[in-house]
Design a protein around this ligand. Sequence first.
Ligand code: UDP
Length: 238
Amino acid sequence: PPPGLLYKRVLLKISGEALMGQRDYGLEPATVNRVAKEVKTVHELGVECCLVIGGGNIFRGIAGASEGMQRASADYMGMLATVMNALAMQNALEQLGVDTRVLSAIPMQTVCEPYIRRRAVRHLEKGRVVIFAAGTGNPYFTTDTAAALRASEMGCEALLKGTKVDGVYSADPKVHKDAERYQQLSHQDVLARDLKVMDATAIALARDNAIPIIVFSVHTPGMMAEVLQDRGRFTVIG
Ligand code: UDP
């Protein structure tokens, strides 16, 4: 890793909802720009950055399915939603002067590149930020699992999970004032205690590929860089 940093290559997972800001739906440009600035700061430190962005701010497959759509079709709509978010993030990063490529698990040649593992690695080596869109390309999965999968494929040293809170707590800190924040947990702890960090498929994949998951707050400015410098508040799962 570059001097003073924990890792050389990381993958940042942010949910679609983290880009909603104060809105109930869709994207808030100011929030997208703020997250893009965080990524730029980390990128400028010399860290190779991958991004996976969810789609829950636009469409959630299971919600569509429960309203009578076939689950697989609803999930494809969810995956398409992540492509929209990826394009918004690419735009914000490029306006900040950061070279960015979007690679989609569902080929969409006129919109972005198809996901090809070796090509993605090459982009990272050239110093581009790579955004993985359309999740895993498969229904019945989530973008959390896509994040664990792409982090494994790219040889990322850590999966950074940006959330609304600054780590994993024993209970919801917004409800229980005495909830305790964990400094360190194992993947197995998270699975066994069913802690709501990421879905079980994602946690198991990260565990099997020995990738630590770092849970931190995306709402605290500068926190992503601080985490990578081993400062600040976060929980390490690994
Ligand atoms: N999705 C899917 N396969 C994937 C990734 C996502 O089918 O590999 C669909 C699924 O319907 C999901 C939606 O896309 O509900 C949005 O993704 P996710 O819920 O993970 O987004 P987030 O909660 O992170 O915003």
